[in-house]
Ligand binder design. Structure first.
Ligand code: PGA
Length: 235
């Protein structure tokens, strides 16, 4: 079985380079990916010995990203979608990233859970996700395009990001199963599925022990080394 993947998505934090270097040193653990803001990436790369470097977007060319030591790239985060990034742009970035040998973490997730559906049916959410996958994976036609293990899907229900209100592990498990099945059916690809949205040290274990969840994408808690290290221990 593959080890669970823990990714720290620092977003626009911390404020200074000094803090970024300190945070990177404190979070430098095996099996972890650290995605600092682009402005700190070069200096963070210098201090990471065990963790792997990730980028928060394909802001610069994949060749340049790789030269800086970047191995993973987050694509289609809801913050970027909110700023106007379209599915077509996301599909393009995804295709370029994997073709260049970067591991791509495609973020998807519904804006809210429709009320009125039975909790464990998740029908509306699945419809939304299926549509997102269809648009975002345009151009990823066959397995030749994808080097093994290079497609990772982060299921991040938007209502759970940064809100302190995370999803129920059972529901995430069902959605993750659905994502894997959909991608296998449409693209004959095996994708790993991570969960993201208000995960903290207390509930990380629960998610990591849940079927179909291959790891976590952590925002807020990745800025607190003590908390982040507790999460890593569970993986
Ligand atoms: P959060 O962020 O853990 O702070 O909810 C997750 C993300 O946006 O990737």
């Amino acid at each position: 079985m593959m080890k669970k993947l823990i990714i720290g998505n620092w977003k626009m934090n911390p404020t200074t380079l000094k803090e970024a270097v300190k945070l990177a040193k404190a979070s430098d653990k095996n099996g972890t990916v650290i995605a600092p803001p682009f402005v700190f990436i070069e200096e963070v790369a210098k201090v990471l010995k065990k963790a792997t470097l990730g980028a928060q977007d394909l802001k610069i060319s994949p060749e340049e990203s790789k030269r800086l030591g970047v191995k993973y790239v987050i694509i289609g985060h809801s913050d970027r979608r909110a700023l106007g990034e379209t599915d077509a742009m996301i599909a393009k970035k995804l295709k370029i990233a994997v073709a260049q040998g970067l591991k791509a973490i495609l973020c998807i997730g519904e804006p809210k859970r429709e009320s009125g559906i039975k909790n464990n049916e998740l029908r509306e959410a699945k419809r939304y996700i299926k549509n997102q996958l269809k648009k975002d994976l345009v151009g990823i036609h066959n397995s030749k395009f994808i080097i093994q293990n290079s497609l990772i899907i982060a299921y991040e229900p938007i209502w759970a990001i940064g809100t302190g209100q995370n999803d129920a592990p059972a529901d995430v498990s069902e959605i993750a199963r659905f994502i894997k099945q959909s991608i296998f059916k449409s693209h004959k690809l095996k994708a790993r599925v991570l969960y993201g949205g208000s995960v903290n040290a207390k509930d990380a274990k629960l998610f990591l022990e849940t079927r179909n969840i291959n790891g976590l994408l952590i925002g807020g808690a990745s800025l607190k080394p003590k908390e982040f290290n507790k999460i890593i221990k569970n993986a």
